[in-house]
Ligand binder design. Sequence first.
Ligand SMILES: *Cc1c(COP(=O)(O)O)cnc(C)c1O
Length: 377
Amino acid sequence: MGFSTDAIHSGQIPDPTTGAVITPIYLTSTYAQYELGKSTGYEYARTHNLTRQALEKNIAALEKGKYGIAFASGLAATHALMSLVKGGDHIVISNNVYGGTYRLYELNMKNYGLDFSWVDSTDLNNIENAIQKNTKMIFVETPTNPMLNLTDLAGISKIAEKNNLISVCDNTFMSPYFQNPLEWGIDIVLHSTTKYLGGHSDVIGGMLVTRNEKYHERLRYIQNAAGGVPSPFDCWLVLRSTKTLAVRMKQHEENARAFADFLNKSGYAERVIYPGLKDHPQNKLAKKQMRGFGGMVSADFGTLKKAKKVLNNLKVFTLAESLGGVESLVCHPASMTHASVPKDERDKMGLTESLVRFSVGIEDIEDLINDVKQALK
Ligand SMILES: *Cc1c(COP(=O)(O)O)cnc(C)c1O
C-alpha cells in the first residue's frame, strides 16, 4: 500500500466488541483471565496494551519495518538501545546528535563502563577510523540538529555489516515520510514521536523500529522490564496524528523551501542551512537518500545581537524548544536545546551563538516571511 493508506489504516482494525472504527484508548492496568493459566494474551498493561500495539504496528509499517517498540519519550527509546550493549563495549556516534542524546550517553551511560567516540559522520572515514575491537554499535542522526548535516546511510550500513555492528539512525527530523533508514540497510530506526509523528506539540513519546528478530526480542524485553512505556492516551494521540503525516509533511516542506529561499535571497542572514538549497554541501546526498528536505531551517545571523532581535521580536513563530508541530517554532540552540554540549564542542560543529533554528510550521507562508521582516525592522 502507499504511504498515506498505510498511515491511515496500518495496525488498526475496527474494535471487535462495538465496531468502533477508531482504535479505543484501552484504560486498564490489568486483564481478566479465563481460568488459572489461561489468559486472553493480555495480562498486565505495562506488557500489553492494545492502543500501544496499534501505534507500534502503524509506525513500523511507515518505516518499512517489522516491529515497533514504543517508549514514553524519545530519550527513553534512546536509553533502551543501550540494553543491546554491555559494560566494556564501545559505540561510534555522530558528534552533532540531539543534545539530550549527548547528555544521556556521554554524561550518564559512561558511568556504566560504556565508551563513546563522537565523530563527524558526514565523512565515513571518520566512522571507520573510530572502530575498535570492542565496538558494538554505530549511531547516527541524519540530518542533524541543528546543523542539518547528513550522513550517508547506505555507507553506514555497509560499514556496520562489514564489522558486525548494530546500526542505528535517529530519523526524527525527516519522519518516515521523507526517509526510511531501514531501506538503506540500517538495523534500527529511532523516533522522538514528540516531533513530526505527533505533529501538534501536545505529546511526548518515542519509538524504535526494526526488522531484526533478535534486536526486537531484546528491546521488547527491556520495554517491559524497565517499563518506560507511553500511556494509552499518548499512544492514541500519536496514532491520530500519523493519519495526517503525509499532508502535514508536504506542507512543512513547501513552506520550509520558500522560507529558506526567502532568507537566502534577503541577505538578512550570513548563512542559511537547508538540505534543499543547492549550496548545501550535501544537497546531492539529500536527493539520493531522502524523498524531500523536511521542515527545519537554520540560519546564522552573524552576531548574537541580531539573532536576539529575531528571537525576541517574532510574533507568529513562538520562541520554544521542540520542533515538528503544525505551529512554527524558533529556538536558540546554543542556549536552549544544546546548552548541555560544551562550548568547544559546539564551536567545532559551527553551532555558534548567532545561530537560530526555525521549525517551519504549516501556517500561511506569507505570514511567516512577513514575521521575519517585521522582527528585523
Ligand atoms: C526531541 C528529540 C529527541 C528526544 O526525544 P524526546 O521525545 O524529547 O525525549 C531525540 N532525537 C531528536 C532528533 C529529537 O529532536
